[in-house]
Design a protein around this ligand. Structure first.
Ligand code: FAD
Ligand code: NAI
Length: 469
């Protein structure tokens, strides 16, 4: 048998890769992880989940103070925005957490190979001019921003930015145009709107948040409009031009109805391009191992996360499925366990998704539309306005919706719009993982007063008997 430098070599140290590497090492496998970025943690910790939440959290406080929500509870303050400090705490969060992964690598004896890896053959890669061999290689190279043809992104102080540039703005734009009403556009659009920008979201489809439940998408649009975001749905961007204006730069975004019609120009001092992300496979040397991509430029795997090439595995954003950190992490654990000869499984039917706006928007399982296509269903809905805790906290917006199979009562999907929907959705995911019926949730004792009681009441509503409505 060939001698390898490592049992497992993971390419990429995002939530997929670093978790795979740590789990492999925990299972006694000699493990290395190649990462070209200067810090570990991938998109999520450096320019994704964590920095966006740092700004979402801080801007929520700012808006609560400025917009009167605090005054309504008897706390009178006149806030002043100190953006450098707000940005500083974002950087502190990144530093603390990426450093934490470095510590975990050392603790678990995972070698960090600093540099971008390229396959030479199925068991060897070149990293920083050195060839490293491994019995198993896991591709966890993640994703990056999908460009908009003809629109150049300049994150170094430019006007047209992607999510990374939008996280790092040094001043609050007066007018911001967001191209794409998906998760990034709504989260980062909310940050800058709260801090004072006039935000216009241009979305090609006739609703925001593709992939989410239809009722949720409609309600979300109402809420964002009420909060002061201008929404241009069913609208496409046909061009963006940047010009020097009074010593600064400004953009003109030309849009027209997606189905055709008169064009309109929207001016902006920042344009955020957030029309999706695409897998990172370029420069990996996949041709050297004969690994082909699917039509969406993703790497296909089997249920164990093995690719068609023996000894080569893939996880996270680079393979099909939702591009989410927790999905990548779970796949990281599963692939390491499969490599170690255990049984690592991810249930892709039960992956929660959360939009961290205020209120938060969360869902797990099937949408009502998709569930109906599969057969007869029952739906229970409960408004947050009728939930005592949400009402007391001045958080009336949103609802919970539970979708169950009409015959078996098994829960097929749960959708929430609520201030803490991201936390609430965990119980729905767990219930679904255990094959719960709506009755199981309805008869589970929920602490009072909590937002989570709305999930119990929506489950009660599936059979028509909520108490507080
Ligand atoms: P990544 O995190 O992209 O990591 C891949 C790593 O591989 C990168 O560090 C890259 O440098 C490295 N790499 C690439 N090629 C090579 C190579 N050849 N050699 C060595 N290293 C290489 N998801 C959530 O679940 N919740 C959120 O709140 C959330 N917020 C987000 C906010 C933003 C603004 C963005 C952009 C994304 C957000 N996401 C969120 C998505 C989440 O970040 C990704 O789904 C997740 O990071 C994917 O993990 P991954 O390990 O597959 O890849
Ligand atoms: P997205 O796929 O969520 O949304 C992109 C939106 O842009 C869609 O609504 C699409 O219809 C629209 N669009 C596409 N082309 C367009 C065009 N030419 N003009 C106008 N609209 C157009 O992608 P997004 O927001 O860029 O995020 C990428 C991924 O990052 C997400 O899919 C998600 O997986 C991940 N993410 C997750 C977060 C979370 O979990 N809270 C937060 C941020 C990102």
């Amino acid at each position: 048998m060939a001698d390898y430098d490592y049992d497992v070599l993971v390419i990429g140290a995002g939530p997929g890769g670093y978790v795979a590497a740590i789990r492999a090492a925990q299972l006694g496998l000699k493990t290395a992880c190649a990462e070209g970025r200067e810090t570990l943690g991938g998109t999520c910790l450096n320019v994704g989940c964590i920095p966006s939440k740092a700004l979402l959290h801080a801007s929520e406080y700012f808006e609560a103070a400025k917009g009167g929500a605090m005054a309504a509870m008897g706390i009178k303050v006149t806030p002043e925005l100190d953006l450098p400090t707000m940005q500083g705490q974002r950087l502190d969060a990144i530093k603390g957490l990426t450093g934490g992964i470095e510590f975990l690598f050392k603790k678990n004896k995972v070698d960090w190979l600093k540099g971008y890896a390229q396959f030479k053959d199925a068991h060897s890669v070149e990293v920083a001019g050195k060839t490293v061999t491994a019995k198993n290689i896991v591709i966890a190279t993640g994703s990056s921003v999908t460009p908009l043809p003809g629109v150049e992104i300049d994150n170094e102080g430019g006007v047209v930015v992607d999510s990374t540039g939008a996280l790092e703005l040094a001043s609050v734009p007066k007018k911001m145009v967001v191209i794409g009403g998906g998760v990034i556009g709504l989260e980062l659009g909310s940050v800058w709107r709260r801090l004072g920008a006039e935000v216009t979201v241009v979305e090609f489809l006739d609703q925001l948040l593709p992939g989410m439940d239809g009722d949720v998408r409609k309600e979300a649009a109402k809420i964002f409009k009420k909060q002061g975001m201008a929404l241009k749905l069913g609208t496409k961007v046909t061009g963006v031009t940047v010009a020097e204006v009074n010593g600064g730069k400004s953009a003109k975004v030309t849009v027209e109805p997606a189905k055709g019609g008169d064009a309109e120009v929207i001016e902006a001092d920042v344009v955020l391009v957030s029309i999706g992300r695409r897998p990172n496979t370029e420069g990996l040397g996949l041709g050297n191992i004969g690994l082909e991509l699917n039509a969406r430029a993703q790497i296909e795997t089997d249920h164990d996360f093995a690719t068609k090439v023996d000894g080569v595995w893939a996880i996270g954003d680079v393979i099909p499925g939702p591009m989410l950190a927790h999905k990548a992490e779970d796949e990281g654990i599963a692939v390491a366990e499969n490599i170690a000869g255990l049984t690592g499984i991810v249930n892709h039917d039960v992956i929660p998704g959360v939009v961290y706006t205020q209120p938060e928007i969360a869902g797990v399982g099937l949408t009502e539309e998709a569930a109906k296509e599969r057969g007869a269903i029952k739906v229970g809905k409960f408004p947050m306005l009728a939930n005592s805790r949400a009402k007391t906290n001045h958080e009336p917006d949103g609802f919970v919706k539970v979708i169950a199979d009409a015959e078996t009562d098994r829960v097929l999907g749960v959708w929430c719009i609520a201030s803490v929907a991201g936390t609430m959705i965990a119980q729905a995911a767990q219930a679904m993982e255990f094959g719960a019926t709506s009755e199981d949730i309805a008869y589970t004792c929920h602490a009072h007063p909590t937002h989570s009681e709305a999930i119990k009441e929506a489950a009660m509503a599936v059979t028509g008997k909520p108490i507080h409505m």
